[in-house]
Design a protein around this ligand. Sequence first.
Ligand code: PEP
Ligand code: MN
Length: 347
Amino acid sequence: MVIVMAPDAAPADIDAVVEIIGTARCDAFVSRGFTRTIIGLVGDVEQLQEVGLRALPGVADVVRISTPYKLVSRDHHPDRSVVRVGGVPIGPRTATLIAGPCAVETPEQTLGAALMARDAGASLLRGGAYKPRTSPYAFQGLGERALRILADVREETGLPVVTEVVSAQDVDLVASYADMLQIGTRNMQNFPLLQAVGQVDKPIMLKRGMNATIDEWLMAAEYIAQRGNLDIVLCERGIRSFETATRNTLDVSAVPVAQHLSHLPVVIDPSHSGGRRGLVLPLSRAGLAAGADGLIVDVHPRPETALCDGPQALIDEDMPALAEVVRTMAAVSDRTVPQPSGSPSPV
Ligand code: PEP
Ligand code: MN
């Protein structure tokens, strides 16, 4: 943190600021310039109230230098992290494919989607049991029944399961079935939920809030990390913009920006961002080209009957093309496509 004194600050104002810094057990470095004085602070600056400092006589500005997030930052952990989900890695050397239905509807539909996912080279199965819907009249998910279906399909296909949790009370139940817990865009700043998943022994996928800045997203990740769980994968899933041609705007630049600021893996969701089947493959290519460590993609055996997000689900005939996108983009970026066992496939 740097405190910029006003040009007319009195020596007593400068001394008062230095004294306050000392009481907070921080070190103050005073640079007396020609027109103004700047005071640099080193130490546990969180203890100092930024607002209070601004109000002191002679203080013109208070500028934060270090990032407000710590555990998820690259200052804390300079190398990029690998997060393992049921043995499957997601990280700087992977192009990990997660695929499955938006929502679990029936055992047959879920198994069908899981087989499609596996055909396309997916090593993880997605599927919603608790659906955070905009309308209270829309399908809300099958809850624990869906979790049991997902566990059965995992047994049958060998694909570890990623599923969303929407309430802090359900965290232990969802964690008892799932291999990775997803926090959806609408819950990115549900702080009690973030703290609850921070205490489970399962990796977390944290989707970016559709209205959240990258800093807010990383602060949300910090809530999880601060409770002890550092196995977090960030997911860029599109943000609100003025554009109405797509459901949301995939912020491709968020991939390298978040990877620069944080050591956590970053994947993209080309399905919920574009909102249309025809956009999924181009957005997948764009995300992987920007350096994403994986994709999470909606697939459905019969999207015309889907209870949630049918228009964006890929169909059986799309699977070879999806596999090709993942394979070729992995090859050009020197990444491997993990298999369900965690062993890399020949690219
Ligand atoms: C989902 O992945 O099922 C989902 C609801 O996504 P989002 O939270 O990004 O809308
Ligand atoms: Mn969905």
